[in-house]
Design a protein around this ligand. Structure first.
Ligand SMILES: [Fe+2]
Length: 204
């Protein structure tokens, strides 16, 4: 199984602060049968400032130790989409986890998604359940699905926000884990079909 959305690469964003923590967390993943973890530090976020070269070098330095643990890891990013598209780190070279404003519909959304798709990227919308302008907006949801946009939901919302799950609209599940508390890892097993679907889409 796979977690596609995490902030556990240490000291690169608002996630884990301590390098030793990441190894403990990855052990927990293994205990729960999750053998693949994608690191998705924030990039281009309006309030969380991050440095793409620091993210890359942190990952490169730690990757050999992750391998020793027997867990597959990949580096990506959670890219906050703005009208000006800057640098980002796609997952496996072409899957882009995209974050959007929660309260107001970003007028540039469809244009920017199309632009990125023309460049060859596959778009995954991060935690779709959070966007107030998307929930219940069936025409927009249909439009995004017609554009082959993938939807990711956060683990903690699976049992409470049923709309996207009930309608079969979710391809990816992630913890969005920032190191506080502990995710209910048992939910990965409960939603295994979706978790495995996401893994297949990523070609893993
Ligand atoms: Fe996140």
């Amino acid at each position: 199984m796979i977690d596609v959305h995490t902030h556990i690469l240490p000291r690169v964003d608002d996630g884990l602060k301590d390098e030793s923590e990441v190894f403990k967390v990855l052990e927990k993943y293994k205990e729960h049968g999750i053998d693949t973890v994608i690191f998705t530090p924030h990039i281009n976020h309006p309030t969380i400032k991050t440095d793409i070269s620091k993210i890359k070098s942190t990952y490169e330095n730690l990757e050999p130790k992750f391998k020793e643990l027997g867990i597959k890891t990949f580096l990506g990013s959670e890219f906050y989409l703005t009208p000006k598209i800057d640098n980002f780190i796609p997952i496996r070279d072409y899957f882009l986890l995209v974050e959007l404003p929660k309260e107001t519909f970003p007028l540039y959304l469809l244009d920017k998604i199309f632009e990125l798709q023309l460049e060859g990227y596959e778009i995954i919308l991060a935690h779709v359940e959070r966007y107030k302008w998307l929930i219940d907006n069936i025409p927009l949801i249909e439009r995004l699905k017609a554009m082959d946009v993938y939807f990711q939901m956060n683990l903690e919302s699976l049992e409470s926000d049923r709309f996207f799950i009930k309608n079969g609209l979710v391809e990816f599940i992630g913890t969005d884990y920032h190191g506080d508390g502990e995710p209910d890892f048992s939910l990965f097993e409960k939603y295994r079909d979706i978790v495995e679907k996401g893994k297949r889409i990523l070609g893993l």
